[in-house]
Write a protein that binds this ligand. Structure first.
Ligand code: XMP
Length: 308
């Protein structure tokens, strides 16, 4: 484990020494990009432009929360880009998970490049941490935060967290005084809810999984447990249910709650049955068209954490 305070001082010094001009970062609100952004902001202030590209697959209230923390509280130079129409258009009809990732990743880079050009940035800051590049070289899934280096641009790469693991990044986040919404934030995939809707992504399905996911996160928080990740996934087939005394064809939500240290392996969490029942009741009552809720008991391996 690193000494967080010492790491912060050295990182800021190193950034000041190497970054001699305008820098840009794609800020997702995840703990990695947030810590990277705050370190660089501390080092070079308004010379860092943080760009939040809202692809429309974010969790409930996420964009608002990001704006509140990074612009209003931390005074960062933040640009919010609402690009959801472009993303929904781009993945219409696409069912293959890796194709979804590729399309979303490439469009994300294109939009980010447009902003980087406008801003005339010379440096690209990324929140890459050790497991990102280790697993990405292993080729299990393409993670766009690693593959996503704009290729045609001559941006110099700044990766202050390259040697850290997730728990160390969280420690640095706490030492930086970041709110716990950031320091304790669960990992969330770059392509967002688009890989939590199995098969074709529609606005309706994203809305359903977003609501279900918010319920899972809320109830997990209330239960006082601290899993690595807890989330909802929307299955791609409808199943039969009953409403009143008629058969009702509805969507199925899978709930996944896992423990892990670095996402390389994970264990399905043995949570309280009452918690699962509460989640099931709330989802089937509060989220339209959902008639069935499943709990995924599979570890990684053999499964991955995400379903796609
Ligand atoms: P898997 O599903 O491979 O996930 O066991 C391992 C960790 O990576 C996250 N994940 C992603 N992160 N882009 C990302 O930035 C992606 O496409 C992606 N896919 C999975 C996942 O949430 C878990 O923390």
């Amino acid at each position: 484990m690193v000494d967080a305070q010492k790491f912060i001082e050295e990182a800021i010094e190193e950034i000041r020494r190497t970054v001699k001009g305008k820098a840009i970062i794609a800020l997702s609100g995840g703990v990695d990009s947030s810590v990277a952004a705050v370190l660089v902001h501390k080092a070079i202030g308004k010379n860092l432009v943080a760009v939040f590209v809202d692809h429309g697959f974010m969790r409930k209230n996420e964009p608002k929360q990001i704006e509140e923390i990074f612009r209003n509280k931390l005074g960062m130079n933040l640009r919010m880009i609402d690009a959801s129409d472009r993303f929904f258009d781009a993945i219409r009809g696409v069912t293959d998970p890796e194709k979804k990732r590729k399309i979303i990743g490439e469009l994300f880079i294109r939009i980010f490049e447009e902003v980087a050009k406008e801003e005339k940035a010379e440096y690209l800051v990324q929140g890459t941490i050790a497991p990102d590049w280790i697993e990405s070289h292993g080729g299990i899934k393409s993670h766009h935060n690693v593959a996503g280096l704009p290729s045609g641009m001559k941006l110099k790469l700044v990766e202050p967290l390259r040697d850290l693991y997730k728990d160390e990044v969280r420690e640095v986040a706490r030492a930086l005084g970041l709110p716990k919404e950031i320091s304790e934030r669960m990992p969330f995939p770059g392509p967002g809810l688009a890989v939590r809707v199995l098969g074709e992504v529609t606005r309706e399905k994203i809305e359903i999984v977003r609501e279900a996911n918010a319920i899972v996160e809320e109830e997990v928080e209330k239960a006082g447990i601290k899993p690595w990740q807890a989330f909802a996934v929307l299955m791609n087939d409808k199943t039969v249910g009953v409403k009143g005394d008629i058969r009702d064809y509805g969507y199925t939500i899978a709930v996944r709650i896992v423990e892990s240290v670095d996402a390389m392996t994970a264990t399905a969490m043995e949570v309280d049955w009452k918690l699962l029942k509460t989640i099931m009741k709330r989802i089937t009552r509060e989220v339209p068209n959902v008639t069935r809720v499943l709990y995924d008991i599979t570890d990684k391996p053999p499964a991955t954490i995400e379903f796609e």
